[in-house]
Design a protein around this ligand. Sequence first.
Ligand SMILES: Cc1cc2nc3c(=O)[nH]c(=O)nc-3n(C[C@H](O)[C@H](O)[C@H](O)COP(=O)(O)OP(=O)(O)OC[C@H]3O[C@@H](n4cnc5c(N)ncnc54)[C@H](O)[C@@H]3O)c2cc1C
Length: 470
Amino acid sequence: MISETTGARGPVIAVIGGGASGTLATVHLLRVAAAHQLPLSILLIDEHGRHGLGQAYATSHPEHLLNAPASQMSALAGEPDHLIRWAGAAQTAGCEFLPRRDYGRYLLDTLAEAERHAYPLCRVTRMTAQAVALRHTSGQRPLRLVLSRGCVDADIAILATGHQPAALPCAAPPSPRIITDPWAPGALAEVAATGGRVLILGTGLTMLDAAVAVTSGNTRTRVVAVSRHGWLPRSHSLEPASVRMPVWLPVTADATGPVRLAELIWQVRSAISASPGNWRDVVDAIRPAAPGLWQRMPLPDKRAFLRHVARHWEIHRHRMPPGTARLISQLRLTGRLAVQQGQIGSVRQHRDTLQVSFGDGEVGGCTADWIINATGPAVVGKTTGPLLLDLFASGLARPDQLGLGVDAGLNGALLDSAGRPSSNIFTLGPPLRGIWYESTAIPEIREQAAALARLVITARQARNRPGSAA
Ligand SMILES: Cc1cc2nc3c(=O)[nH]c(=O)nc-3n(C[C@H](O)[C@H](O)[C@H](O)COP(=O)(O)OP(=O)(O)OC[C@H]3O[C@@H](n4cnc5c(N)ncnc54)[C@H](O)[C@@H]3O)c2cc1C
């Protein structure tokens, strides 16, 4: 069944994915279209019905906090105080690191406000379905999106599909006691309710959130978290960002020429050794410049970064808020959370018990009642997502050179298998990781969303002008 979009006013834009990327793209599209008096129909499509929230902000757990201060998390490009003002009005102000469920409310409110402002010129239709394929058609609208139930036709498609579904890093039997994706709706509910011995694979921010979730309702639960290096994310400073010193690095000041990894590391090390207590300020100085630096880095240096430096960067750049650091310390001090270095070889299930062996020549193993995979999203080469697999198979998209996401122009236009930019299929957020590296957090996503909205709306206006060939 093809849903009727032929009668819609103005262009139809299918935004695939209702998380923060899809929501911010929709908000910015509505604002730019309203400012230009351009009618628009937006289909906001999410497989789990988490419109406005997505993976990160659908949590209801009060201890799941933002890992960046509110001053950096505005949804609107060019309005850095927007979240702070919302928090003041919603009476959630006062904490630097808001609960993520409050941030979800903020995204929902911001979307609702943009809809109100653009109504009746622009409308958003929320659809709960999985997009499984995308085709060019010769019909009135040039794109047909195949959904898990039916199809929709659109003029433009925006892939806001977030990270690729997580994959287990080892062989394991299918089992309800192995949670492959801890952010799937309700995934941790039974572990939290029944508890026991929980093995978490991975020691990053997702592990911290999963450990907090499964221990908070059940004092008998014991968690062991394992990763190859056993490193935990560092914590944020207790000092508010406003009182810290800005750091200047030569590489962030000069915006021309290639950036060599060795030189970059040398500059970072020098800045840190000049003031060891201020390593956070050095990382924070690099962070906003990171997408530009990545663009200017030669491919072999990017590969070397991924192999040798990325893990160090991740634990220093993705920091835990002080509140989470306190909770994690308590769990570790009371023996309810242990962090270990190791590599899981294989998992077998005997009745309700999972038997885990360590691989790669390490001896020993352990038993667990539950295993939670917190090793992070899959790279595109290992994706099981049907839409991406279809786009690669049809040649409408290709992986980026590093295999982290999809290949695209700097404006987010998908590149097809021959490297030609699409005029009507775009993406933003995590799928652009290979292009920008830092492309998964709100500060980058809101800028991409604003630029994409301007691009799409001005292109449409140009088509509508009298005398235009289109
Ligand atoms: C636990 C967690 C905490 C985080 N905390 C922060 C933070 O504090 N600050 C920060 O800046 N960033 C944070 N991030 C980074 C986060 O990636 C971004 O902030 C942002 O949420 C990414 O949103 P997204 O819409 O791209 O992806 P997602 O939130 O994953 O949303 C994508 C949505 O698209 C749906 N979807 C995917 N494929 C299809 C399809 N084919 N058809 C239909 N629907 C589909 C998915 O089900 C999902 O609902 C966090 C991430 C996680 C996982």
